[in-house]
Write a protein that binds this ligand. Structure first.
Ligand code: GLN
Length: 530
């Protein structure tokens, strides 16, 4: 069996895979596994792929095999088998992917620790039996991250709406890439918050991800970034893709064999990311990483992104609002399991009714049994912020903050945002708290932003679970560094960063954020930085 992915040039995938004790203990990362049986001798470029269970799959690797379920980690879809396959899965298959299984997640992608799932929390286990303490694998793509970290998959698909690929990558010590919004097809990906949802990739190293996005050095395999999908209305058209790449003199690959030179690149260190909640060990490793880049010839400058501090609140208004609308279709009649057999109290309500109550009871029963607590919380939150009484104060304000977050980024990046016809003018005074900050703006014109992926290393799972009971929204804080890029639709990548603290050495994530459609250069640079 192949322990590590070397590029994507895997030649053989052995058929008889024996799970090691660590792997056996972490089986809860998988919702379903493809039965291992003899594969025909495999020609070049094959790799084992794990797919997050909110991405539609049909039969594992051939039509004779039993179709896999696509459960979204929800009771509602526990037995759902999609009649079609997500475009991204088909695209990866045509590039040599062998599906090894569907991975566990926070229900519909809502969560930061992969504990809100109908199939049992995902756990990250210590390397040795005696290190029995389980840690959070991050969420919501926790199963995908563990599948890569334990070597059970060479590459995994996740979805990143507000950090769900980058956070698990950081907690488990692997690479997690979120592309520019609209680059990878979302056809067949169960929507959570459409204006933010992206498909992301996880692997142990940057190169296999970069090769898939940019295309192989052989120039035979087309890079995924060139592929428009007519089935996804948010997939950028071929024309827009060309314009984005040509309008500016930006690097478009192929991935160089040697490390991409950092000389002459300017990295911004966003001042607002240095928050009190940032663990000292992560702050230390962040500056060490900055110093290392400097020694490789890069320039580092502090930059200010003043609306960052509002980004998290804006995200937790926008994402649940879109989610509540998306999830309205799960009524047990048109979508999802029905959860049948009327109860006696139902019968009392139904007496003399004209039939509408009957439907209402079905909906209520299905939604009560089908959704988990976190999803219900988001639906309530979203329905409230969209209600006529609260709309102006919440949803519309959040959209405003989102525009400001986007403008902050456009102001610091050297490359213009190719989606804008003309550069935006920026009035800092639009946010009252920023008055007086003008002189702290710092230089603009950076190539990338360099910051941690999350404020802490992976917390212990038992602590996560008890905190969830006391204060369910406390987990939202983990997303503070990942949501700004999501709100702006920018490409971002988390690469492993070693940290040393009281408990010894651990893993965290170092995040690089780039201008819209600068994904190719971001990946090339990330490879050097990692
Ligand atoms: N933790 C965030 C949330 O719960 C992000 C989730 C995601 O990116 N899918 O919304």
């Amino acid at each position: 069996r192949i322990g590590r992915l070397r590029g994507l040039s895997l030649r053989h995938v052995s058929s008889t895979r024996q799970a090691s004790p660590i792997q056996r203990r972490s089986l809860n990362q998988f919702i379903s596994r493809v039965q291992q049986h003899d594969q025909p001798a495999l020609e070049q470029r094959q790799f084992r792929l794990a797919v997050k269970d909110n991405i539609a799959t049909v039969s594992p690797n051939s039509e004779e095999e039993t179709p896999l379920t696509t459960t979204c980690g929800s009771n509602f879809l526990a037995s759902y088998r999609s009649p079609f396959e997500a475009t991204i899965v088909t695209q990866l298959r045509s590039r040599g992917a062998l599906l090894v299984g569907k991975t566990n997640l926070d229900e519909f992608g809502m969560g930061s620790h992969s504990v809100h799932t109908a199939f049992g929390a995902v756990a990250q286990e210590g390397e040795h039996e005696q290190q029995a303490v389980k840690h959070s694998a991050g969420g919501s793509s926790g199963g995908s991250a563990v599948a890569v970290a334990t070597g059970e998959a060479d590459l995994a698909l996740g979805t990143d709406t507000g950090g769900s690929v980058r956070l698990p990558a950081a907690y488990t010590g692997v690479v997690g890439f979120k592309p520019s919004y609209g680059m990878l097809s979302r056809y067949g990906v169960v929507p959570y918050a459409n204006s933010l949802d992206t498909v992301g990739l996880l692997a142990k190293e940057v190169r296999p991800i970069a090769e898939l996005i940019l295309g192989g050095a052989d120039k035979v395999t087309r890079g995924l970034w060139a592929e428009h999908d007519p089935l996804d209305p948010t997939s950028l058209s071929h024309g827009a893709r060309r314009r984005c790449a040509n309008q500016r003199d930006c690097y478009t690959g192929p991935l160089p064999k040697d490390p991409y030179p950092l000389k002459n690149l300017k990295f911004g260190l966003p001042l607002e990311y240095n928050i009190t909640e940032l663990s000292p060990s992560i702050r230390h490793s962040w500056s060490a990483a900055a110093a290392k880049l400097q020694s490789l010839g890069a320039r580092l400058v502090p930059v200010s992104l003043p609306s960052t501090r509002h980004a998290l609140s804006a995200y937790y208004v926008i994402a649940p609002a879109e989610a509540s609308s998306n999830l309205a279709k799960y009524d047990g009649i048109r979508y999802g399991t029905r959860f049948t057999s009327p109860t006696e109290s139902d019968a009392a309500v139904l007496e003399g009714s004209e039939g509408q109550e009957e439907e209402g009871i079905l909906y209520a029963r299905a939604r009560t049994a089908g959704f988990g607590d976190e999803v219900k919380r988001r639906i309530l939150l979203g329905a409230y912020t969209l209600s006529s009484a609260a709309m102006d104060n919440y949803f519309l304000k959040a959209q405003k903050v989102r525009r400001l977050v986007r403008r902050d980024f456009n102001r610091v990046f050297a490359l213009p945002n190719p989606l804008l016809d003309k550069p935006e003018t920026f009035e800092l005074s639009e946010l009252p708290e920023t008055v007086g900050l003008e002189d702290k703006w710092g230089p603009t014109e950076v190539d990338f932003l360099l910051c941690p992926t999350a404020p802490t290393t992976a917390p212990r799972l038992d602590e996560v679970l008890s905190e969830e009971e006391k204060d369910p929204v406390s987990a939202y804080m983990n997303d503070v560094f990942t949501v700004p890029a999501s709100l702006a639709g920018l490409p971002a990548i988390s690469v492993p960063m070693r940290v040393e603290d009281k408990e010894g050495a651990g893993m965290a994530g170092l995040q690089l954020i780039g201008q819209y459609w600068d994904d190719a250069r971001l990946l090339a640079v990330a490879e050097t930085v990692a």
